[in-house]
Design a protein around this ligand. Structure first.
Ligand SMILES: Cc1cc2nc3c(=O)[nH]c(=O)nc-3n(C[C@H](O)[C@H](O)[C@H](O)COP(=O)(O)OP(=O)(O)OC[C@H]3O[C@@H](n4cnc5c(N)ncnc54)[C@H](O)[C@@H]3O)c2cc1C
Length: 355
């Protein structure tokens, strides 16, 4: 059986980002890498969006960038600016294509469908696949989105809508999210935060159809693309192996209060590449612990008081926009943290702290 220096289990966002990072920094000239990925082919399946608080390798895969956004609850809309850290959307189709084209050029990189095809005893494993389904009563951010092409120009493509809470919450947290890619094309998503145990909120297609008709007043359109997902807002468990380092969502790269993961994955990959010679000895890359603490309390509040969340999110954006973006992107300083905490309703957060 073949042996490799490095094995990446799961050639998705984290696995391919890591392989690419190692490849472009010449770490695979004299090392062999195996990538284990069961999918037959790569096609666009996700739109990764984030405020660009750090650099990344995928500027040429950006579908659109915005410097302005809105957030709204019923009867109130807040207009916000993010020119210092534009909000970017990466097209996963372009991302997969770019990376695969580059990796195929290196004869030291091998692709397999199943880990049983290789011997991993002497390899360092980078794993992005979760093996344990222990999801009882845990919160998920689940969503469905369609990219529509309307028959008229109806969008202002200079401004995206981060959260529109002016919709039925059904005692959960629910909002719509609209990314206008041009004046007549946009990705419109219905997003829920729930324990995934209520089937009645999963009629996503109908929700979007009604939203387009009643809120955005769009009657005629065609659907060019759709995506569906559920991001765990809890740390996935895994069987720990001595020679294994978890990466991506499984490796704790999801910000649990927001689901944002993409840029954290890029930072994790950079850290692994910088420390690759010593990777089994250096400490693991982690999202700063203070955010774990904040997010844990935030999710406790959300679970107990879903009806209060539209106002809480809205109020959060009453702080300096830069501070909120930094906070949500794990880049805030102490002063910015205090600004955010100060906007939160104190009593329910204090109660959550002690429950
Ligand atoms: C639809 C969608 C939209 C998202 N949008 C955003 C966003 O806008 N911004 C953001 O920051 N985050 C977003 N996320 C969250 C996160 O960025 C993505 O989930 C990201 O793809 C996580 O990367 P990953 O490598 O951990 O997992 P994945 O990208 O899912 O990669 C895991 C890979 O493992 C493979 N695999 C499965 N089983 C096995 C097996 N047994 N052996 C080997 N391989 C296996 C899978 O086929 C897959 O390719 C989104 C998630 C989804 C689902």
């Amino acid at each position: 059986m073949k042996e490799f220096d490095y094995v990446i289990i799961g050639g998705g966002c984290a696995g391919l980002s890591l392989a690419y990072e190692l490849e472009i920094h010449n770490n695979l000239i004299d090392k062999k890498l195996a990538i284990i990925e069961p999918r037959e082919d790569y096609k666009r399946d996700k739109s990764w969006s984030f405020w660009r608080v750090t650099s990344h390798n995928f500027n040429d895969c950006i579908k659109k960038s915005w410097k302005n956004f809105t957030i709204n609850i019923s009867n109130k809309t807040k207009h916000l600016e993010c020119s210092k850290t534009p909000y970017q959307t990466i097209d996963s189709g372009l991302f997969y294509e770019k990376i695969m084209n580059r990796l195929k050029l290196n004869k030291n990189i091998f692709f397999f469908k199943n880990i049983n095809e290789i011997n991993t005893k002497n390899s360092i494993l980078f794993n992005s696949v979760s093996k344990i389904a222990d999801n009882d009563q845990k919160l998920w951010q689940h969503f469905y989105g369609i990219e529509i092409e309307a028959d008229k120009n109806i969008f202002d493509d200079e401004i995206f809508n981060l959260m529109d809470f002016d919709c039925d919450q059904k005692n959960k947290v629910h909002f719509f999210y609209t990314l206008p890619f041009s004046k007549n094309q946009a990705l419109v998503e219905t997003t829920w935060i729930s324990e995934l145990n209520d089937k009645s909120i999963m009629n996503y297609e109908e929700q979007i159809k009604n939203y387009l008709k009643d809120h955005l007043k769009i009657k005629k359109y065609k659907i060019n693309y759709s995506e569906k997902g559920a991001i765990p807002l809890f740390q996935l468990n895994n069987f720990k192996k001595l020679n294994q380092i978890d990466i991506g969502t499984v490796g704790g790269m999801t910000r649990l209060s927001t689901g944002y993961t993409f840029l954290n994955i890029q930072e994790q990959c950079k850290y692994i590449r910088e420390n690759i010679q010593n990777i089994q000895k250096v400490k693991l890359f982690q999202i700063n612990k203070k955010y774990k603490f904040f997010d844990e309390i935030f999710l406790k509040v959300l679970k107990k008081n879903p009806e209060k969340m539209p106002n809480i999110f809205y109020k959060m954006f009453e702080s300096k926009t830069e501070a909120v973006i930094n906070f949500l992107s794990n880049k805030s300083n102490l002063l910015e943290d205090l600004l955010i905490v100060n906007r939160m309703p104190k009593w329910i957060f204090i109660k959550a702290l002690f429950n």
